[in-house]
Ligand binder design. Structure first.
Ligand SMILES: [Fe+2]
Length: 276
């Protein structure tokens, strides 16, 4: 998984992020679990990543992200089907472009919430667990911060306070709310959070349909897609922990009934006495 390198030079990062060569020089492979590991600057990192030459950097991005990003798995749609579709309120178009990959990943995040109630989405059982609502907002904040704000010179934040609430550990992007208290934040509501997501999607559509901007920000969008997929894993593990703390034992999603094989009746098996 990839995470933005959170160096100490905020201005430099703010200037360079979004420009393929410089941007990818500031990312590093690492596992980002619940702690979203912060990695230190390494002096020779730019050399290893071939900074300053967009061509190898873009090919590096392609190999890093690979075509797997387009093969976004889809969970069975829950019977309730209450999730609001993102991306022009329709299912994604196809499997072979960045626009489609963006839509499919964004849609899947909301599909994961189809069996949840708003109350489920705000609970934080332990500091290592984030509320579902926070994941939905944070993944949108990523695209707003590292694509929309960089790409659109006259960009006005959908809500300026969201940058503080939904930044996780990206020090270069500004201050952030403390993780253990994410479960204390009842506002924005889940509905407002979904509105925020859809607002970001509507603006991202403009980026994805602009050839020049798409070329410039493709690596960042790839990264944002992978970042959201990482948070989809966290949404599942976190909601399982949330439900595990509930004496009512809520079920995240009913398992599909499977036809098991018939088990033969239990009986005694005779065998010759001896030392075996
Ligand atoms: Fe994150």
């Amino acid at each position: 998984m990839l995470a933005l390198d959170q160096g100490t030079n905020d201005n430099k990062t703010a200037e360079t992020i979004g420009k393929p060569g410089a941007f990818l020089s500031r990312i590093e492979s690492c596992w980002v679990g619940h702690n979203e590991t912060i990695i230190e600057d390494e002096p020779d990192k730019e050399d290893r990543l071939g900074s300053g030459n967009a061509e190898p950097i873009l090919s590096l991005a392609c190999s890093l992200f690979s075509s797997k990003v387009f093969a976004v798995p889809t969970l069975p749609i829950a019977s309730t089907g209450t999730a609001t579709r993102t991306c022009r309120n329709q299912l994604s178009k196809g499997p072979d472009d960045l626009d489609a990959a963006y839509c499919r990943v964004r849609e899947l995040s909301e599909s994961l919430c189809e069996t949840l109630q708003p109350e489920d989405c705000v609970v934080q059982t332990v500091p290592e667990v984030s509320p579902t609502k926070w994941h939905l907002a944070h993944t949108s904040w990523f695209f707003e911060t590292f694509v929309l704000k960089e790409a659109l010179s006259d960009y006005t934040p959908i809500n300026p306070q969201y940058a503080y609430l939904f930044n996780s550990y990206y020090n270069a992007a500004g201050k952030m709310h403390c993780r253990p208290k994410r479960g204390l934040i009842s506002r924005p509501t889940l509905s407002e959070t979904l509105d925020y997501r859809h607002g970001v999607d509507a603006l991202m559509e403009g980026i994805l349909e602009n050839e020049d901007l798409l070329k410039q920000f493709a690596p960042t969008i790839f990264l944002g897609i992978n970042h959201e997929q990482q948070h989809q894993e966290l949404m599942l593990t976190d909601i399982k922990h949330v439900f595990s703390e509930n004496p009512l034992r809520p079920i995240f999603r009913e398992r599909a009934e499977t036809m098991g094989s018939t088990v033969p009746p239990i009986g005694w098996v005779p065998f010759q006495a001896g030392v075996y």
